[in-house]
Ligand binder design. Structure first.
Ligand SMILES: Cc1ncc(COP(=O)(O)OP(=O)(O)O)c(N)n1
Ligand SMILES: Cc1ncsc1CCOP(=O)(O)O
Ligand SMILES: [Mg+2]
Length: 349
């Protein structure tokens, strides 16, 4: 009986440590990676709450030399491929530890079950906020947005562009059957995530949800942004097309994460749609507080004048999809956009 009680204390001691360590790792990213005071503070408060439960009675049960678990590691613990992977692993570690404390704690102190259940829910909510923030940061860090068209070798084109450093892709196909769209979207999402790029669906909230895309791009005729968020969750990225200041203002008011600004030039990709022109790009520079992408007829040959009008992010379809060297064009566009960003850090918001 005494041995059993001691084992419970050791479990609680080990899991209190695990949860605190995991939270510390997450807190560092909130503080230094995201510059988010509120999130960092929330992690710190949870760490302090854990510390308050970590009594001398529990700590004194520790017996590290005889702990058979100290040398057990599993594949994946030694390597981390990305910040998302690292955060995910540590969030899972914290949640598991809290769950263990919640269960075993009931046998040690009757208040522990409720207290640790509440903490576990706080970590779930931290997870969803964090995933939204990480996605938004990635969006902000993406100067080039490839909006796809239905090409035969689409996956190969996207992969070449990803290899050249592309980090934002929108799957746009206005004509394929839903079964085809669903399958292609799932494959492209997997491909984009393999390269750490964001994957957005054009128009279709249902397909975005089905393939767990990072977000959706909505046109002026599509559903309200708030409704899309209800379907996709608060962390999803939601973009809206705008062709004039009124549409831009409305999209901002509705809570869009980014807007498309264009068409800058007339383009066969949107036949019949008149150009909003460089004037609208200049307007966006002075008036748009959220990330915006100039779009429409932009390629490596004219991107300089779009940049000169104030764009630090552009979206393209044909420039990449119709190029015989998608990777080369991607590299050229990225070079031009990142050099303007480096020169003009204050306007890259
Ligand atoms: C980044 C970005 N901007 C604008 C659009 C155009 O969206 P929409 O007006 O809904 O037209 P379609 O693309 O659906 O034909 C976009 N797709 N992406
Ligand atoms: C989808 C879209 N929305 C405004 S312009 C445009 C098409 C851009 O295509 P391209 O880059 O081939 O001109
Ligand atoms: Mg649309």
């Amino acid at each position: 009986m005494k041995g059993q009680k001691n084992a419970i204390k050791r479990i609680l001691d080990a899991n209190l440590d695990r949860a605190r360590e995991g939270l510390r790792i997450i807190e560092e990213w909130c503080r230094f990676g995201l510059d988010d005071r509120e999130l960092a503070l929330s992690c710190k408060e949870m760490r302090h709450e854990l510390a308050a439960w970590h009594s001398i009675d529990l700590k004194s049960s520790r017996d590290t030399p005889n702990d058979i678990g100290t040398e057990i590691t599993h594949e994946g613990e030694e390597t981390r491929e990305s910040i998302e992977g690292l955060l995910q692993a540590n969030l899972a570690r914290v949640q598991e530890a809290l769950r263990a404390i919640e269960e075993y704690g009931k046998l040690y102190d009757s208040r522990m079950g409720t207290a640790f259940k509440a903490l576990r829910y706080r970590v779930y909510s931290l997870e969803s906020t964090l995933s939204g923030r990480t996605l938004l940061q990635k969006l902000k860090d993406s100067p080039l947005y490839f909006v796809t068209s239905p090409e035969e070798n689409l996956e190969a084109i996207v992969e070449e562009a990803l290899r050249a450093g592309l980090s934002l892709v929108q799957y746009r196909d206005k004509t394929a059957d839903d079964t085809v769209r669903l399958e292609k979207a799932a494959r492209l999402r997997e491909l984009c995530h393999r390269y750490g790029a964001l994957f957005i669906l054009n128009d279709r909230v249902d397909i975005a949800s089905a393939v767990n895309a990072d977000g959706v791009h909505l046109g002026q005729q599509d559903i309200p942004i708030a409704l899309a968020r209800e379907f996709l969750g608060s962390g999803a990225i939601i973009g809206r097309s705008t062709t004039n200041p009124t549409e831009m203002e409305k999209a901002i008011q509705e809570g869009a994460d980014y807007v498309g600004v264009g068409p800058v030039y007339e383009t066969p990709t949107k036949p019949g749609k008149s150009a909003a022109g460089l004037e609208y790009v200049r307007y966006a520079l002075s008036n748009c507080p959220i990330p915006w992408f100039a779009i429409g007829g932009i390629d490596a040959g004219n991107v300089d004048e779009v940049i000169a009008a104030g764009a630090s992010r552009v979206a393209v379809v044909r420039a990449i999809s119709r190029s015989s060297e998608p990777g080369v064009v991607t590299g050229q566009l990225l070079d031009k956009l990142t050099s303007v960003r480096d020169k003009n850090l204050t306007i890259f918001r």
